[in-house]
Design a protein around this ligand. Structure first.
Ligand code: NIG
Ligand code: FE
Length: 410
């Protein structure tokens, strides 16, 4: 297949797996171009002036002057959940903080109660709808966490639903076990016993069914400590699960240090981070994942993208799509927030929602950019005046056609 008449297309001649620091501002591109796909991978591209000869059997798709952009790679979501939490949204309007709502037994535990009462099929139905929603908005790789089960049975139910979603959509889906998202109700006031149970019962059960590649812990004030986090990461390592850690959303938690020490794939949130932690991330291979949608929705500080990039970190942006702190999986909006609120350049923000997002799921070698041999995940937009128009016109619908694994998604 050849896509012709492409107005603008970012390309990656070197097939890199991530970009760090200053390099994040680099975006190689071509104008008035064509792109050839063979099977499910990108084969070659060139200028329209040198349009290749074809034998007539090859399908040609006219991009009509629109952009061809690599699909978004959303490396941090909680898109499997039951129902929604708009009543807490109203509580927040009336002045309650996220921590206050959690302390009143709301928040994550509220979602867990509902999820426990919801059948696996119904959970699948609701979650599949969200997966299809983000796919239509340009996402091609999606990480999904458990963590609204908080009992062994319900965590397994969530992870099985994630596996079913992975089989049901052409997106590349990665599963993360987040049993340490909150202490389950049956263990209220007995956090250590909950962590014991998680290590003794949940982790082996998850591993036995091969349901998660990554492990996550909500390492934050009022949730889990760095010591508990390290224990869970060590236990999970015995089953080959790599850590991706929630850290520093509510306070400077020690989660960054714990994560980097354990060789975490990513540490995520980082709304509150010191320069020492930023430098630590810059000197590590751990991706610093910022979630501006949560800052926007909860009125929190935005993660310091500029400081992290100055310190040479690999910075990714993700949606955090979840019912409590970011009920949206719109990666274009995430990119715009990166520009508007974090002062990232459009190029930096774009690399953060594509290539570095892929790296935060250990998919950077095969996804995240238009490169020879990488999987052909991309979308075609309406013609736009410039690349910068994309984050600027942050709510204008621009996506015309979506292709995943070299095939159009209808
Ligand atoms: O990433 N911070 C922890 N977990 C989610 C929010 C979960 C919820 O409120 O349901 C987050 O923001
Ligand atoms: Fe999260």
């Amino acid at each position: 297949m050849i896509i012709s008449n492409i107005g603008f297309m970012p390309v990656d001649s070197n097939r890199v797996a991530y970009l760090r620091g200053h390099d994040m501002n680099r975006l190689e591109s071509i104008k008035d171009a064509w792109l050839r796909i063979e099977g499910w991978v990108v084969k070659e591209w060139g200028a329209m002036a040198d349009f290749p000869s074809t034998d007539g059997s090859e399908e040609i798709v006219d991009a009509k002057g629109g952009c061809v952009l690599p699909s978004f790679c959303d490396s941090h979501t909680h898109t499997v959940y039951a129902g929604s939490r708009e009543l807490e949204f109203v509580d927040k309007i009336h002045g309650l903080s996220y921590e206050e709502i959690a302390r009143r037994g709301g928040g994550i535990l509220n979602s867990a109660d509902l999820l426990q009462r919801t059948s696996e099929d119904e959970l699948f139905r609701q979650s599949l709808e969200r997966a299809r929603e983000v796919m239509a908005m340009g996402t091609g790789c999606l990480e999904i966490k458990s963590g609204y089960g908080l009992t062994t049975e319900s965590e397994l139910k969530m992870l099985r639903v994630i596996a079913r979603i992975a089989e049901s959509v052409p997106m590349r889906v990665k599963a993360t076990f987040l049993g340490a998202h909150a202490v389950g109700r049956a263990y209220a006031g007995r956090q250590t016993e909950y962590v014991d149970m998680l290590c003794r019962e949940m982790l082996p059960a998850v591993a036995a069914e091969g349901l998660a590649e990554f492990v996550d812990v909500f390492c934050d004030e009022g949730f889990f400590t760095p010591v508990e986090t390290t224990r869970i990461m060590e236990e999970a390592a015995r089953y080959g699960m790599l850590p991706k850690i929630h850290a520093n959303e509510l306070a400077v938690s020690g989660g960054v240090q714990a994560g980097v020490a354990a060789g975490a794939v990513s540490v995520d949130h980082l709304e509150r981070i010191t320069d020492v932690e930023s430098a630590l991330l810059g000197g590590s291979g751990t991706v610093a994942t910022l979630l501006p949608g949560a800052s926007f929705f909860l009125g929190m500080p935005y993660g310091p993208a500029r400081m992290l990039m100055k310190d040479n970190a690999i910075v990714a942006l993700a949606s955090d799509y979840n019912p409590g702190s970011s009920p949206s999986g719109n990666m274009r909006m995430v990119m715009s927030l990166g520009c508007i609120k974090m002062k990232m350049t459009p190029e930096e923000a774009f690399n953060a929602v594509t290539l570095n997002g892929a790296a935060a799921m250990q998919l950077g070698h095969d996804y995240g950019s238009i490169a020879c041999g990488k999987v052909a995940n991309f979308f075609i937009t309406k013609p736009v005046s410039s690349f910068e128009f994309l984050p600027y016109a942050y709510s204008t619908p621009l996506i015309e056609r979506v292709y995943l694994n070299g095939m159009e998604v209808k």
